[in-house]
Design a protein around this ligand. Structure first.
Ligand SMILES: *Cc1c(COP(=O)(O)O)cnc(C)c1O
Length: 399
């Protein structure tokens, strides 16, 4: 281990050297079943052959030119993303935070176009939008913000999954121009809103002429069993949608898509990115989208997601210390009534990669290409770890 890497992460004591499908191998040759996919990035599993081939081919052909020129693969990817989403145009960047920065810039310029000098973007409690100054300000978690004052002005926060609070905030802030939210809060603890919530937000935004901006960085690219999570609501299309994580299966790429009132806001010179949408990243993303289509991944996620949720519920629901077991497609949250971060290390020791977020929620984002056997291994291993943890906790609280 070196001291030359800035210590911005609390890292687990393991180094992986190889990956294939849902499995990783560490430098000692030990194998791990990956139930996190690098946080919803490697949705097609590690080193998916089609994506690897696309990257190899493109690396030998053309890696980077510049957005000063036309980029054929970028145009092809934009056509594909707009066809899949029902949105109109795409700006490409390199990460989720950057995609959200683009969204926030669109919201502000949209406000200025309406004569609002100090536009306000409404954001949610418990949200996560990234680590740049604007996106950490938009994030509803004080831990991300502490030490970085002054934050960026122009954000107002409301409770998630609360349409009345949203209406009230909009009534209170005539400068409000946009609402930025996640269809399911991932970092916030796999918080799944009521089934009518997103449609409610859409209706309010349409009525008040605010941009509805969905951060699908974690929920997008088949994770919930649709291409994008908002598509579970018939006929709902946001004005802005941001993507990253699963879009490149590990190749860094982000995207900000626009429709409706958000189209035409950003013009030449308003925004840019040196790397954004370069041929290498776009070739990887195109192969991801094609593979999801060709391999019937959406149907697979719906079937397997339901089976795994039922498995977790059978083993864990009703047990003392288990508050909730929930899922949307293959985003799983097992909420305990106590902090359980130590489960991550226990799982690692047993060859399983999981995550705990919001202190007490076990978050699982396994590769979408899991087979039935692997999915049952995850259900069995995680359930066993949780039950062992809960019984050890009870022993300690008695002693
Ligand atoms: C991970 C994440 C981001 C930030 O993405 P980066 O690529 O790390 O900048 C933003 N929004 C959501 C919902 C995320 O899950």
């Amino acid at each position: 281990m070196t001291e030359s890497v800035m210590p911005t992460y609390g890292r687990l004591d393991v180094t992986f050297s190889e990956g294939k499908g849902a499995w990783l191998t560490d430098t000692d040759g030990k194998r791990y079943l990956d139930a996190l996919s690098g946080i919803a990035v490697c949705n097609l599993g590690h080193c998916h052959p089609a994506v690897t081939r696309a990257i190899q081919h493109q690396a030998e052909t053309l890696v980077h030119t510049s957005n000063m020129y036309h980029i054929a693969l970028q145009e092809k990817l934009a056509d594909k993303l707009t066809a899949l989403s029902g949105m109109d145009q795409v700006f490409f960047c390199n990460s989720g935070a950057e995609a959200n920065e683009a969204a926030i810039k669109i919201a502000r310029k949209y406000g200025h176009s309406k004569g609002i000098d100090k536009p306000v973007v409404i954001v949610m409690d418990g949200s996560f939008h990234g680590r740049t100054m604007a996106t950490l300000t938009a994030t509803g978690n004080a831990k991300v913000q502490v030490g970085f004052d002054p934050l960026v002005p122009g954000f107002v926060r409301v409770p998630y999954n609360d349409l009345d609070a949203l209406r009230m905030a909009i009534g209170h802030w005539p400068e409000a121009v946009a609402v930025l939210l996640e269809p399911v809060q991932g970092e916030g603890g796999i918080k799944i809103p009521d089934s009518e919530y997103l449609a409610g937000v859409r209706a309010i935004c349409t009525q008040r002429k605010l941009l509805m901006m969905l951060d699908e960085v974690q929920t997008g690219i088949a994770r919930t069993g649709k291409w994008f999570a908002y598509q579970h609501n018939a006929e709902l299309v946001p004005d802005v949608m941001t993507l990253a994580k699963g879009l490149g299966n590990g190749m860094p790429i982000g995207a900000c898509l626009v429709a409706g009132n958000a189209v035409g806001i950003l013009q030449a010179g308003n925004h840019g990115s040196t790397f954004g949408g370069n041929p290498l990243a776009c070739s990887a993303a195109l192969s991801v989208l094609n593979t999801i289509e060709e391999d019937g991944i959406l149907g697979h996620v719906n079937v397997l997601g339901k089976q795994m949720l039922e498995g977790f519920q059978q083993r864990l629901l009703g047990k003392a210390g288990v508050k909730d077991v929930r899922a949307h497609g293959m985003m799983f949250g097992i909420e305990l009534s106590m902090p359980c971060a130590e489960l991550v290390k226990k799982a690692l020791a047993e060859g399983l990669l999981i995550n705990v977020t919001a202190e007490s929620v076990i978050r699982l984002l396994p590769p979408l290409i899991l087979n039935v056997e692997e999915s049952q291994m995850i259900v069995d291993k995680v359930s066993k770890l949780v039950l062992e943890f809960l019984s050890s906790q009870q022993v300690e609280s008695v002693a």
